[in-house]
Write a protein that binds this ligand. Sequence first.
Ligand SMILES: Cc1cc2nc3c(=O)[nH]c(=O)nc-3n(C[C@H](O)[C@H](O)[C@H](O)COP(=O)(O)O)c2cc1C
Length: 206
Amino acid sequence: MNVLLINGSPKKDGNTRLALNEIATALKNNGIDSIIINIGTKAVQGCIACNKCGELGRCVFKDELYENIRENLANCDGVIIGSPVYYSAPNGSLCAVLDRVFYSCSNLLQYKPGAAIVVCRRGGASAAFDRLNKYFTITNMPVVSSQYWNNVHGLMPGEAAEDAEGLQIMRTLGKNMAWLLKNIAQGALPVPEPEEPIATNFVRRS
Ligand SMILES: Cc1cc2nc3c(=O)[nH]c(=O)nc-3n(C[C@H](O)[C@H](O)[C@H](O)COP(=O)(O)O)c2cc1C
């Protein structure tokens, strides 16, 4: 079994990566492999609402980051998304690619366990954490939790190593993800039969 870890920081060896590494070690210790994708420092294309993905089953844009995430989603059993907190939110570049991934790849994501982690100096972790969890909870994904909300504190790269409680939260999350994946693999009842989708909005035309 394999978990896809997405590092939403432009720093590939910053605090978000450090926190994800702690999860990767906990997963490994519990028999689960993982792979990390860094979003990197290049400009990231956002969603342009063309809705072509509905026809194509994938985003019209073929950038390397999107392709890499999409390919790895097809082969993973669970997903963990990590982000630094920027102005009380996840990194905008990360949201740009995640909007496209979740809009166009829900078939590769649904019923796979997901979790978010965020890293900040001081504040805004809960808001950023909530924002990332919204991707899972609109995609039929079971959300894996830990012993506390999934945040780690640190400013300069490496400082998160001093947040003992934060790292324990990461290890517990890794163990909980491994536990859920093994349970799903063992028992696996078929996923629920979906209803015909109903789409409504609040604009009434007479
Ligand atoms: C543009 C920007 C905005 C930030 N906003 C916040 C914030 O709202 N709250 C906070 O506590 N830290 C904030 N930070 C600090 C980062 O979240 C912190 O340095 C984090 O450890 C970076 O993780 P990384 O090393 O993985 O990039 C901000 C940093 C940047 C560059």
